[in-house]
Design a protein around this ligand. Structure first.
Ligand SMILES: Nc1ncnc2c1ncn2[C@@H]1O[C@H](COP(=O)(O)OP(=O)(O)OP(=O)(O)O)[C@@H](O)[C@H]1O
Ligand SMILES: [Mg+2]
Length: 523
């Protein structure tokens, strides 16, 4: 029934002052295909999704879409007054409209109108919409009272309500921009199943390697290639990574070979030129003149070869950003926490002690109180029972980043971000508001690490970061002298930190439902 659904782009192009971000992309995604979009932070993934959604106008090129559309954005702005019920009403709008159209076509009965309304309602499975929303909200742990204001939910809770609503809509074309950031294992399982069963088109931007492997039928790689064309790969993420590595190696080799040949030819031209000059000294005899003519034609040949080489020469492979973490020099005991309680939000039955080089993985489902625990350990939330004692410098990476002065340049916020390999020198010069979501998270990480912390508290550190940086960060966290406590749902990272000591806070109400933001006590 949905076989007509597809999404086609032709020469799709969009740029900002710094140059093109999406550069001449032509592709078709048909019903049943699930396209993963990957690339470094700031490569244009969000821009591409917004172009596909018609949310952003291209500089040139076209997007053709057959089928209804739903876009799950990377960030989630909301109004102060907005409640869970508002998102639900919006999500169920198409189904409810379809059903009321059916009712009005029935009385008085209008055969043609009724047939059309019926076909439409059947197509979008309108009768089932409320149940679908219910199932999705429960599966994502997001079944809050509809009257609950979004502002009173935690960041993760807000994202999960929105994702559940958008999945319940059952649009033909699903565009998802980093949908996994706030999902626990159960919620990820639901999302994976839902996407695998989706009869229409899926375009998924994600740094979740497991999800890409499990779900995608193809991967679109926006990172640079030798010929400047974006690449479409079949197969999962792991296969892609191998192909990409081999391609990069070939590219570097070819560039090095061509550069060597170029240097050699250029030297020959130089030599031939100076011989020619020698030869054109006032002639002393005929044979000398002949030599000069031969030298001139040889030089022309070499110069021609040089031109040919220059014409077809592969571009230099741009050096990838490489995270260079600072040496942290923590020493001795750094943090002690007694058993803790924050009413309604957190019960931690065991004490926590962190010394230099100690590692802690904070586990538990959505709503268990991991964020609350990290905030208490950081001294940002005062517990009702228990105490936290710091003997070292504490740094907390929050679940979602927010910068107060978005007009400041990245360099004004943290000039060391380039040296740490977190931003390029060009991006450092740009205002924070022009950076992509992942680039802002990189900047926040730079701020944190530049402060020379002894204890790193990281709340979902993989959120919005590129896969390459997640790998490098994992390495750095395994090595550092600082004490590290991490809360993460990222399945690969949890495997990588599988040997770490774990603590599981227990929210007294297992509070997937507890509203938190309004009652936070900061000091
Ligand atoms: N309004 C804007 N003005 C200028 N530059 C912008 C603007 N919006 C985005 N950019 C730039 O366009 C590029 C692509 O941004 P985009 O958000 O599409 O990247 P992304 O691949 O989604 O990154 P991330 O992985 O961090 O989410 C980035 O370099 C970004 O700084
Ligand atoms: Mg993005």
């Amino acid at each position: 029934m949905r076989s007509h659904v597809h999404l086609t782009t032709h020469d799709l192009t969009k740029g900002y002052e710094a140059g093109p971000v999406v550069d001449g992309i032509s592709l078709t995604v048909s019903a049943g295909q699930r396209l993963g979009v990957i690339g470094e932070n700031g490569r244009g993934k969000t821009t591409l999704l917004r172009l596909l959604a018609g949310d952003l106008a291209p500089d040139h090129g076209t997007v053709t879409r057959h089928g209804s559309l739903s876009l799950v954005r990377q960030e989630m702005p909301f109004h102060e007054q907005e409640a869970v019920g508002d998102l639900l009403t919006e999500a169920l709008h198409a189904s409810r409209t379809a059903l009321s159209e059916l009712d009005s076509a029935a009385a008085p009965f209008d055969e043609q109108r009724y047939a059309e309304a019926l076909a439409h309602a059947e197509n979008i499975e309108a009768w089932d919409a409320d149940r679908r929303a219910d199932v999705a909200l429960k599966a994502l742990g997001a079944d809050h009272d509809p009257a609950t204001r979004l502002a009173h939910l935690s960041v993760g809770q807000r994202y999960r309500v929105r994702l559940a609503c958008l999945l319940a809509e059952r649009a033909d074309v699903l565009l998802l921009d980093e949908p996994t950031n706030h999902l626990d294992a159960a919620a990820l399982g639901f999302l994976t199943e839902r996407l695998l069963r989706h009869p229409g088109v899926v375009v998924l931007v994600s740094h979740d390697r497991t999800l890409l492997d499990d779900v995608c039928t193809q991967l679109l790689d926006l990172d640079p290639t030798p010929d400047g064309e974006v690449r479409l790969h079949g197969g999962g993420y792991r296969a892609f990574k191998e192909t990409k590595r081999a391609e990069r190696r070939r590219w570097e080799q070819r560039f090095a070979q061509e550069a060597a040949e170029h240097d050699e030819l250029a030297e020959k031209v130089d030599r031939a030129q100076s011989r020619l000059q020698d030869a054109w000294r006032p002639p002393k005899g005929a044979s000398k003149h002949k030599r000069g003519t031969r030298a001139a034609s040889k030089m022309r040949n070499v110069a021609r070869r040089l031109d040919e080489l220059d014409e077809h020469r592969v571009t230099a492979p741009p050096p990838p950003l490489r995270f260079t973490p600072p040496e942290l020099t923590a020493d001795g005991d750094l943090l002690h926490a007694t058993p803790l309680e924050v009413p309604g939000r957190l019960v931690l039955a065991e004490p926590i002690s962190l010394g230099a080089g100690d590692r802690l993985l904070i586990t538990g489902p959505n709503g268990a109180g991991k964020t609350t625990l990290l905030n208490v350990l950081a001294g940002r939330i005062r517990p009702a029972h228990g105490t936290v004692h710091h003997a070292g410098k504490i740094a907390l990476l929050a679940q979602e980043s927010a910068f107060e002065d978005e007009d400041a340049t990245a360099a004004q916020v943290c000039s060391r971000a380039a040296e740490l390999g977190l931003l390029t020198a060009e991006d450092l010069a740009r205002p924070v508001r022009h950076l992509s979501t992942g680039q802002r998270r990189r900047l926040e990480l730079a701020v944190l690490l530049s402060g020379g912390p002894d204890v790193l508290l990281l709340d979902e550190p993989t959120n919005h970061l590129s896969i390459a940086l997640v790998d490098e960060l994992t390495e750095a966290l395994l090595r550092t002298r600082a004490a590290v406590a991490v809360a993460t749902h990222d399945r690969q990272m949890r495997t990588d930190f599988g040997r770490w000591r774990t603590v599981t806070p227990n929210s007294p109400s297992q509070s997937r439902e507890t509203s938190v933001a309004s009652e936070q006590v900061f000091y």
